[in-house]
Design a protein around this ligand. Structure first.
Ligand SMILES: Cc1ncc(COP(=O)(O)O)c(C=O)c1O
Length: 314
């Protein structure tokens, strides 16, 4: 989907016109993938209000990603959260997707990032449903593995990691699937190109631990919290590939994907091919909280004052 531009982008503490948020082709990030970023959703709330979902957790993850890559961001967690609220309120677009990014800019050439300044940008724009497929997505196991430990750190949400994600996603798309799921370097279930994966069998919910090269998804954490709150049994444990073929339910989680049921894996139907009861229960609670239709019992919403100035077509 083409990006729907908004009026301004936050850059290093100031709001600048969308068109001016450009970088030089010789910037370090262009050549060496040196960026860390976030994806956050802002949801419409009843009576014309809007709220950002788990804003501090996302910005803390961006600080963590930066720390892993020895990038010193010149902003605190509170300043970054305030900046996100600032850009969303100024652009007057909600619901929306928010993309903060910190990158190594224009300075010196060479792999060493020393001498390339850190630039922080925050953009927001309308973005609708991410995972294609009505009533569940048809997915495949990728021939590409997820990042092996000690190669690229999976806990950092870094731009460079998404070269691997692109291989997984393109292969799936070319072969007629909505998305690909990658195994880790040992052949155990890891994650989708941009989502965490959950499996339900005999009433128990399983998801791979972070040591299977999965990103520490904020939605993954929300789903684990919701499942425990609903009294469901959840376990983080290594999962063999074939568990997907005999599962009662499989679903993706992610900020973009939200809670998305999976209908088939490698053309093998998941259960009877319809979204399962546990997936539905969790999705209802997740979207209920995000959209302000159920109590914000875990304190996940940051209210924003948005008077929609732009038409949202997502
Ligand atoms: C590789 C990968 N795994 C998992 C996720 C889900 O993370 P979150 O729920 O924080 O959006 C994402 C999306 O950010 C991702 O890109």
């Amino acid at each position: 989907m083409p990006i729907q531009k908004t009026a301004t982008i936050w850059h290093n503490g100031k709001l600048i016109p969308w068109e001016n948020a450009t970088i030089h082709v010789m910037s370090h990030v262009i050549h060496y993938g040196s960026s860390v970023f976030e994806g956050i959703r802002c949801y419409a709330q009843p009576h014309g209000a809007a709220a950002i979902f788990r804003l501090p957790e996302h910005m803390q993850r961006m600080l963590d990603s930066a720390r892993i890559y020895r990038m010193e961001l010149p902003f605190t967690l509170d300043e970054l959260c305030a900046a996100v609220v600032d850009v969303v309120e100024n652009n007057g677009v909600a619901p929306c997707y928010i993309r903060p990014i910190a990158l190594r800019g224009y300075g010196e050439i060479g792999v060493s990032p020393k001498g390339s300044p850190i630039e922080v940008y925050i953009a927001n724009f309308p973005w609708g449903k991410y995972i294609a497929g009505h009533g569940g997505a048809d997915v495949c196991i990728s021939s590409w593995n997820r990042l092996a430990p000690n190669t690229m750190p999976s806990l950092a949400k870094a731009g460079g990691n998404y070269m691997n994600s692109q291989l997984i996603h393109m292969e799936a798309e070319i072969n007629g699937y909505a998305e690909g799921i990658a195994l880790d370097v040992n052949g155990l279930l890891s994650e989708g190109s941009g989502e965490n994966v959950f499996v339900v069998r005999n009433g128990v919910i399983y998801t791979p631990p972070l040591s299977n090269s999965a990103l520490s998804g904020i939605t993954r954490d929300s789903v684990l919290t919701i499942a425990r709150h609903l009294g469901l049994t959840v376990t983080e444990q290594s999962i063999p590939r074939e568990m997907l073929y005999i599962a009662d339910e499989v679903f993706f989680t992610g900020t973009a994907a939200e809670v998305s049921p999976i209908r088939s894996v490698d053309r093998i139907l998941v259960g009877d091919g319809n979204p399962g009861e546990i997936t539905r229960q969790i999705a209802d609670e997740y979207l209920g909280i995000a959209n302000g239709l159920r109590p914000d019992r875990f304190g996940w919403l940051t209210p924003v004052k948005v008077n929609n100035r732009e038409t949202v077509t997502a």
